[in-house]
Design a protein around this ligand. Structure first.
Ligand code: SAM
Ligand code: DTB
Ligand code: SF4
Length: 373
């Protein structure tokens, strides 16, 4: 059981050679230009140059600034615990180069139908009893069909009635579908921009960056909290990581949650196969922590979720991510199809670090409730 304080409860480019097995930029040695201050001020006018300059800071300085911003808005000893469930696995028509669930991948993941409502609710109850605060449900769809919506709505209502927060990730949404989910009481919608705009088309060809941003707009307009982040370690350069943070940090309102995934390289996927046995097979730990720190500095009030890839990260790297401002994780031994760290390991790590489960409300949501002056 995770330590908790419940006192206040709450074609991929089919051109594989084009996928950017490029160089990661190395941090520059000197910083002659003045660097932006990182005092926790909420801004949506970040420039790429400012973000790049922060990225290039000496690691210790970057970590210190991120930790300062973190403390201005969050309790540094608290971590939010979320649980993931794949409610419809595999057989997805999209060609995301990282994904085991794409029909274009030869990953051995079997396609299933949408799970029965009862089974989903049973799994949610188990997660709640294990200390999880939010139940995140994913479907391997390009977009939900209208015929799927009644069942999805029933699931959202059922999980909420159990006292858990709900999050869904179902692919692209029309404005009408977003409204339907909002009316059902959905708390969060996860839809990742995945990477910077320039690298995006090297990873996915069946939809474009603007499609992702349009869905985020539809979710926002429907009044659902936005969860949007991406994946580090897909062979992108540091400039692409700057573009990724820049896109999120310049949205009209920052996402309430920003998942930062480390690529889980899956055999049979374009990226898993392409990066295997190359120096880019695993993202450099320090570069990953830098990306987390940047997300924290540029989006001070958002929950930054240390997402996929934790099972292959050392305790020390995860601890650095928490120092850099990560304050949310997925618990349990499985993500959607890939393995996760597991409750026992997480409980041991959080105990070792003296961290506990988030007890209060998320800053961005608490802030949204304050009456306007
Ligand atoms: N089909 C929906 C969509 O793509 O929006 C929802 C499910 S999809 C699996 C959710 C997110 O998981 C993706 O946007 C991607 O960022 C992340 N993801 C998928 N496979 C991954 C992998 N192998 N490693 C890291 N993150 C991954
Ligand atoms: C997110 O950014 N990470 C989660 C969640 N949103 C849905 C998904 C991670 C998937 C990892 C690969 C898998 O399990 O297949
Ligand atoms: Fe489909 Fe989502 Fe996987 Fe892309 S990431 S192939 S949209 S399930």
């Amino acid at each position: 059981m995770i330590p908790s304080d419940n006192s206040t409860t709450q074609s991929p480019s089919r051109k594989r050679e084009g996928l950017g097995v490029g160089k990661s930029a190395s941090p520059s040695q000197a910083h002659p230009r003045p660097l932006p201050q990182a005092g926790g001020e909420i801004r949506t006018d970040w420039t790429r140059e400012e973000i790049a300059a922060l990225f290039d800071l000496p690691f210790t300085e970057l970590l210190f600034r991120a930790a300062e911003v973190h403390r201005a808005h969050h309790r540094p000893d608290e971590v939010q615990l979320c649980t993931l469930l794949s409610i419809k696995t595999g057989g997805c028509q999209e060609d995301c180069g990282y994904c085991s669930q794409s029909v274009h991948a030869d990953s051995g993941v079997e396609a299933t139908k949408l799970m029965d409502v009862r089974e989903v609710l049973q799994r949610a109850a188990q997660a709640r009893d294990a200390g999880s605060q939010r139940f995140c449900m994913g479907a391997a769809w390009r977009n939900p069909k209208q015929r799927d919506m009644p069942k999805i709505v029933e699931i959202v209502k059922g999980v909420r009635e159990m006292g858990m927060e709900t999050c869904m990730t179902l692919g692209m949404l029309t404005p009408e579908q977003a409204q339907q989910l909002s009316a059902a009481g959905l708390d969060y919608y996860n839809h990742n921009i995945d990477t910077g705009p320039e690298y995006y088309e090297r990873v996915i060809t069946t939809r474009n960056y603007q499609d992702r941003l349009d869905t985020l707009d539809n979710v926002r307009a429907a009044g659902i909290n936005v969860c949007s982040g991406g994946i580090v370690g897909m062979g992108e350069t540091r400039a692409d990581r700057v573009g990724f943070v820049h896109t999120l940090a310049t949205l009209e309102r920052h996402p309430e949650s920003v998942p930062v995934n480390a690529l889980v390289p899956v055999k049979g996927t374009v990226l898993g196969d392409m990066l295997a046995d190359t120096p880019l097979a695993k993202i450099d730990d320090i570069e990953f922590v830098r990306t987390v720190a940047l997300a924290r500095i540029c989006m001070p009030m958002s929950m930054v979720r240390l997402s996929a890839g934790r099972e292959s990260m050392s305790e020390a790297t995860q601890a650095l991510c928490f120092m850099a401002g990560a304050n949310s994780i997925f618990t349990g031994d499985k993500l959607l199809t890939a393995p996760n760290a597991g409750d026992d390991e997480d409980a041991a790590l959080l105990t070792k670090l003296g961290m506990k489960s988030l007890a209060g409300e998320e800053p961005m949501r608490a802030c949204a409730k304050e009456p306007a002056e």
